[in-house]
Design a protein around this ligand. Structure first.
Ligand SMILES: [Zn+2]
Length: 390
């Protein structure tokens, strides 16, 4: 039986090795080989060759087919010093990979030559634990979680819909949540607005929600806007930079304002609304699908609109619709799944029934159509002033 040294020499004689300068030349090529780093995670996190993919040696055989399906792909495998990569290249050859070579001297030699390196951004230990159930889903994973932590979502309203959607988005690790709401917490809110509590009665809803969210997840920064959304402040608030707007507004003037602003600022809106036992949710993505005015060009006259004060609602309904809004928001942020763009989802709580209606862009839409007639914010008559938010 031979020693490790003899075994390594034997393996090296069976594979192709290239030195650091040669690897560097290949790395500089536009369609050069794929660099595969087979070191351990902690080594990878301290720095790696730019553009390399990380497949730890222990998972090489089981994961390489996913990472490199084409077995003819030119690959430069590297580790720290060139030993683990030599064994890795031998294993790859046995799996049928014909273009794999080992970087002699490994990452150590690469660095010694002064070649460029890259330090990956990664989740810290606490975050790996907190978001472990996301990390287990390939569609999210570490890259997706980092994306969520970098994301910014603006919630219109901290009421029935804003409560569940903001709490789920915060729990999921969406890094920045803006919340617009001018109201204070009232006892009648607590039947459904779960971001608030007996302790925060009388406090501004945005501050009450901020405290709840911060107690849930320290990764989340809450930007409170304790004001009513108007034509005066909407551009200032949107200029703070948001990837998605979650519309939980309870009244038509705000809904139209959010719609027009989102079209002009090109920000997707996850729209939700509720009434008694019925809720609806859709995604209004500028240019990709209809806007709210494609469906309803103008608000109904005040006498026909159900005022918010009269509009009772089953306590759990906003929890269902607001959660669906959070779901659509996470999908938009991660770029996964089929969104509700062009689909209006209706939920009937009494019959426990979901139905779906296809909705289309209107080429004559006054805001997003070919010849828009509305090009400035419209302040509609407030017909919900005395009401309580949904
Ligand atoms: Zn439209």
């Amino acid at each position: 039986m031979g020693s490790y040294r003899e075994l390594l020499a034997q393996v090296k004689s069976e594979i192709t090795e290239i030195d650091a300068p040669r690897s560097h030349d290949l790395h500089a090529q536009k369609s050069g080989p794929l660099f595969v780093d087979v070191r351990e995670r902690d080594e990878w996190l301290e720095g790696h060759i730019p553009g390399a993919v990380h497949v730890p040696r222990g998972f090489l055989e089981s994961r390489i087919e996913q990472v490199v399906p084409d077995r003819a792909t030119p690959i430069v495998v590297y580790c720290a010093g060139g030993a683990r990569s030599a064994f890795a290249v031998k294993a790859l050859a046995e799996l049928g990979y014909t273009g794999a070579v080992s970087l002699a001297g490994g990452y150590t030699d690469w660095k010694r030559n002064g070649y460029e390196t890259q330090t990956p951004r990664s989740l810290d230990e606490g975050q790996r634990s907190r978001y472990s159930r996301h990390l287990l889903i390939p569609e999210v994973g570490e890259a997706g979680q980092l994306k969520l932590l970098d994301s910014r979502v603006l919630l219109v309203g901290a009421g029935g819909l804003g409560s569940p959607s903001s709490l789920y988005l915060a729990a999921a690790g969406v890094g920045r949540l803006g919340i617009i709401d001018a109201d204070v917490v009232d006892e009648s809110n607590l039947q459904r607005q779960i971001a608030h509590s007996i302790q925060t009665l009388g406090e501004p809803k945005v501050l009450s929600a901020k405290a709840t969210i911060e107690a849930l997840n320290r990764d989340v920064e809450v930007v409170p806007y304790q004001e009513r959304l108007t034509s005066e402040n909407v551009d200032r608030i949107l200029a703070d930079g948001w990837d998605v707007i979650v519309d939980g507004a309870d009244n038509f003037p705000t809904r139209y304002l959010v719609n027009d602003a989102s079209v002009w600022h090109n920000i997707p809106v996850v729209h939700g609304s509720i009434y008694r036992f019925e809720g609806q949710v859709t995604v209004l993505k500028p240019q990709a699908g209809p806007c709210y005015r494609c469906l309803f060009p103008q608000p109904p006259p005040p006498e026909l609109a159900p005022s918010c004060a009269e509009g009772g609602v089953l306590g759990v309904l906003p929890g269902i619709i607001g959660s669906l809004q959070a779901n659509e928001t996470l999908k938009l942020l991660l770029g996964i799944g089929d969104s509700l763009v062009g689909r209006l989802m209706l939920f009937d709580a009494l019959n426990a029934e979901f139905t779906e209606v296809a909705i289309r862009r209107d080429p004559n839409c006054p805001v997003c159509g070919e010849n828009p007639r509305i090009t400035e914010y419209v302040d509609y008559v407030e017909f919900c002033a005395a009401g309580t938010p949904a």
